[in-house]
Design a protein around this ligand. Sequence first.
Ligand code: MN
Length: 201
Amino acid sequence: MSNTIQESNEHLAAVLRAKRHEYGWSLDKAALETGVSKAMLGQIERGESSPTVATLWKIATGFHSSLSSFLEPIPVATTSGVVYRSSGAIRSQPASEGMLVAPLFPYEPRFGFELFELTLLPGYERYSEAHEAGVTEHVIVLRGNMEVLVDGEWMKLAEGQAVRFSADRAHGYRNTSERPAVFHNLIHYAPPDVAPTSGAG
Ligand code: MN
């Protein structure tokens, strides 16, 4: 993994400080908007914390931002605009939870989406709070078996199967099998003039 925890923490700290500056928010205000404690936000800004993906999502949603902007700088393209990526080189395990995260194509405003390769280790289960209005997720299983919680029901997905759902409501992911499950998660954000700015929280 070329992306060390220290580098990730420093990137996250810099982005959070920049976002707070951009919005003109105090730590108190940022805590109110994200639902993440002021103490935790302070630790993150000092590069002292490796937050869980759930915490990162709260921060991203509170700042009306993508998840990947807090994880990875936008990759460098060749002069002709080609971008090569290797999930093996960028895969990390935030907060040592049972999920590995590789932000293959971090969010860029002109494209409106981010693409992750995610790995659910056996037994891992995660509930996700609603993302901002207009956020759509696509889950495409590459390897193994997993389940996605959509509209209150766990839906089984095997290799090659895929689902798209509105992610502005509660949803979840789990792996009840004995093998890791690997999938692509393409998260599409509605253009700013379409998405209501009232955060779904
Ligand atoms: Mn989600």
